[in-house]
Ligand binder design. Structure first.
Ligand code: DGJ
Length: 773
């Protein structure tokens, strides 16, 4: 069966007239770019994304020179803003798509309500600098060498090319320019925004705050703010709270994304639980360093969401002629609740952002022995596990921590990326050959950015770690963070990894990162440039990943950070999957995976089946329950296969074979959270529907039967109501009354009746369109 969509939609990209400066792009170049964009957009037609009344209307970016209004329209979304009489860019509308023929009045700056509320604060600007009496979070704040700290940005010029709009702003007096960039996605209406500040004055200046964008929402008193919070082994907790006037600051000061809070938000308007029905504005930052998202509601109940580099401890000096680019802040709108918002983001991640977005490869079933053997890896042990893994249908065999240097525990060896000669006397090649002979590819764990004090690397280069000279260096998991902002560290790490990939036939790197920053000093830099570490470190991380991918195009990468502490829209553009949590307890995972799915696609999420009782909670569950929990993402096995019975192998073999039939739908399909994990309810159900709606997969879980109550009826979604779907039970059972085949309408309205009783029970079902082979 093929899931590849055969529809081809030609989208019309408008080249609107430009006014003002042309940003230096030649006409010939623009014509080629336009031609390229038109060609690409005609080739990339995909399946209808929004199940509920989706339109695949044309994408357009229009500018009305009379009203000075910009109108970005794509999929079901319109985003409208204008240039007001003060030459400020002022937001006007963001939501359900409006016909281009609807009149939109010119933007008019708001007046302040009293002498305490200056108009600049009441006007919802697209991008506002600190100056002129601003009290809300500024998008950019600058200190000049002469002591001036006031910056007031006004519209200067703009340019529209295909689905891209750039607007140049300039300070009212000084030669400080900010270029705003908007790129809209034709299929989801998601807009990618960033900003670049340029110093064209003749003296150095310091950027003290730099955000990508401000997104504005109209005044309302019924917004709910959704956030994803957590901790190590407890990531991805969904928090829903009413929004009140005041400021909610989401940030990471940790040097990396962090797991305490993820750089994602959703603002819902409507019901308390809006999975299907609310208007939802959502967004996420593409940045893997310290970040901030400020959500502010003013006294008039208007909302602003501003995000970019974390302003805490931030300073970036720009010499004359230099510029600083912000991260990208992505945001979208959904009119059918948080469920649709997630599906739009998932689609965008897989089809626009992912490194393999043009030919997205189904994730292979993976084996990793970390939970089984820890640091105790050697050739004989890994070969024995590889044989067992291959026998159940595993496709990728990965060695985790412990294969290199003097790495027998977490006190030593990090930084010494040579194969441990005692554990692998003839290097990794014999093991890799063995893995290949078993028809699996080979993966390797690395943690390049870290070093143990007890390592040859640290002994040779103690100055390579983040530190303030003469001050103590705080360790976390007995390791320190290498200062990747340094060009020599970057070059060294690239060399080490490139050498490994060139020496061995490696298909996959699990790239780990097991602590946050402390003492973020960069002694080798001039004091006034030392805080550039927050930007330069991450740029070099992205640079290394990009360079490695270019040099070794077949290699895939997993982003792991002691679990899910480095998952964001920046890292997902350079890695193929992420590890959401070290917590592999299959029941805890239901909530973790549910929270994860609000922001990130199941196809990006690695999920292991591990041993029972699980090490996190001591909870015992059946092997099938563990499998069904993990089969909702990219399936991995992390159990100790040396302890499995013949029955376990048979169960695993059957379920892996089933998974291979459904994985494309699970990984790439539309996810419906039919019953979400909730402390007050023992039920959890997810459904994934293939892009062409030929297949749907349902997973149902029961925590514990109570009072003899039957499992509640489950109503499917997203099916084609008018065609018949054949039912196949993959695991668990339904009531006897379930028909072998029925219409999509039947499964969506009459529903499914699971026969689940007891504790930690689970079932999986497959529905396939009749007549499809
Ligand atoms: C943390 C990761 O999350 C684990 O899966 C494992 O790779 C260990 N690090 C290895 O040290």
């Amino acid at each position: 069966m093929s899931f590849k969509s055969t529809t081809r939609t030609v989208k019309h990209l408008h080249l609107s007239k430009k006014i003002g400066g042309d940003h230096g792009m030649s006409r010939g170049w623009r014509t080629s770019l336009l031609f390229f964009l038109l060609l690409m957009s005609s080739l990339l037609g995909r399946h209808p994304l929004r199940a509920e009344g989706a339109s695949q209307a044309a994408t357009s970016i229009l500018y009305d020179a009379q009203t000075r209004v910009f109108r970005i329209s794509a999929a079901d979304v319109s985003y409208i803003f204008g240039i007001n009489e003060r030459q400020q860019l002022q937001s006007i509308y963001w939501g359900q798509r409006l016909p281009d023929s609807d009149p939109i009045a010119a933007a008019r700056a708001a007046g302040g309500s009293s002498s305490f509320d200056l108009p600049v604060n009441a006007t919802q600007q697209e991008y506002v600098a600190w100056g002129g009496g601003l009290y809300v979070t500024p998008d950019v704040k600058i200190s000049f060498a002469d002591g001036n700290r006031d910056l007031v940005l006004q519209y200067a010029s703009h340019q529209i090319v295909g689905n891209h709009l750039s607007i140049m702003l300039k300070d009212v007096q000084r030669a400080v320019f900010v270029t705003l960039s908007y790129t809209v996605d034709a299929e989801t209406g998601i807009i990618a925004r960033n900003a670049r500040v340029e110093n064209r004055t003749d003296a150095a200046l310091t950027v003290e705050e730099m955000n990508a964008a401000t997104w504005s929402l109209p005044a309302a008193t019924d917004y709910q703010l959704d956030q994803l919070t957590g901790k190590w082994a407890g990531e991805w907790n969904l928090q829903r709270q009413p929004l009140h006037p005041g400021k909610t600051m989401m940030e990471s000061r940790r040097g990396s994304t962090g797991d305490e809070i993820n750089p994602w938000f959703a603002l819902e308007r409507g019901a308390a639980q809006g999975e299907q029905s609310n208007d939802v504005w959502f967004g996420a930052l593409g940045w893997s360093g310290s970040w901030q998202i400020a959500v502010e509601q003013d006294y008039a109940h208007q909302v602003r969401i501003t995000g970019g580099y974390d302003a805490f401890d931030f300073a970036y000096r720009l010499a004359p002629g230099e510029s600083l680019q912000s991260p990208v802040f992505y945001a979208g709108f959904a009119q059918h609740g948080t469920g649709e918002a997630s599906r739009l983001l998932h689609h965008y991640e897989l089809h626009t952002l992912a490194p393999q977005h043009e030919h997205w490869r189904t994730r292979p079933v993976l084996y990793n022995s970390w939970e089984a053997t820890g640091f105790d890896v050697d050739q004989a042990g890994q070969e024995a596990l590889a044989e067992k893994a291959a026998s159940i249908g595993v496709e990728r065999f990965v060695i985790d921590d412990g294969w290199f240097g003097q790495r027998n525990n977490d006190h030593a060896g990090l930084g010494d990326w040579y194969v441990n000669p005692k554990k692998f006397p003839r290097g990794l090649k014999p093991l890799i050959d063995k893995v290949h002979s078993l028809h699996m590819d080979f993966g390797l764990w690395v943690e390049p950015e870290m070093v143990n004090a007890d390592s040859d690397l640290y002994r040779a280069h103690p100055d390579w770690v983040l530190n303030f000279p003469g001050r103590p260096r705080t360790e976390g998991r007995n390791q320190m963070v290498l200062n990747l902002a340094r060009p020599d560290v970057r070059a060294y790490l690239y060399g080490v990894l490139d050498h490994l990939l060139a020496t061995y036939d490696i298909a996959f790197l699990k790239w780990d990162y097991n602590r946050n920053w402390s003492e973020p000093g960069w002694p080798a830099a001039a004091p006034e440039d030392a805080k550039k570490v927050y930007v330069a470190y991450v740029q070099n991380l992205y640079g290394i990943l990009g360079q490695l991918r270019a040099a070794h195009p077949g290699v895939e990468v997993e982003s792991c950070s002691g679990g899910g502490a480095r998952v964001d829209l920046g890292i997902v553009q350079l890695t193929d999957e992420v590890w959401p949590s070290d917590n592999t307890d299959p029941f805890d995972r239901l909530a973790i995976q549910n929270g994860f799915s609000y922001a990130y696609a199941p196809g990006l999420m690695m999920a292991w089946v591990t041993d029972s009782p699980n090490w996190v909670n001591g909870r015992s569950t059946s092997l099938s329950y563990r499998f069904l929990s993990s089969m909702q993402g990219s399936l991995g096995i992390g159990a100790n296969l040396n302890h499995w019975s013949a029955d376990d192998f048979q169960t695993a073999k059957n379920l892996i074979a089933q998974y291979k039939q459904i994985r494309q739908t699970v990984q790439q399909g539309s996810l419906y959270r039919l019953i979400e994990p909730n402390a007050d309810s023992p039920y959890v159900v997810t459904e994934s529907v293939a892009p062409n709606r030929q297949q749907a997969v349902v997973f149902a879980f029961l925590h514990s039967s109570q009072q003899g109550l039957a499992y509640p009826p489950v109503y499917l979604r997203g099916l084609d109501p008018s065609v018949n779907y054949r039912l196949k039970v993959l695991d668990g059972s339904l009531n006897d009354s379930a028909p072998a085949s029925a219409s999509g309408a039947f499964w969506m309205h009459y529903g499914l009746h699971f026969n689940l009783r007891g504790d930690y029970q689970a079932a999986a079902l497959l529905l396939e369109k009749e007549g499809v082979q």
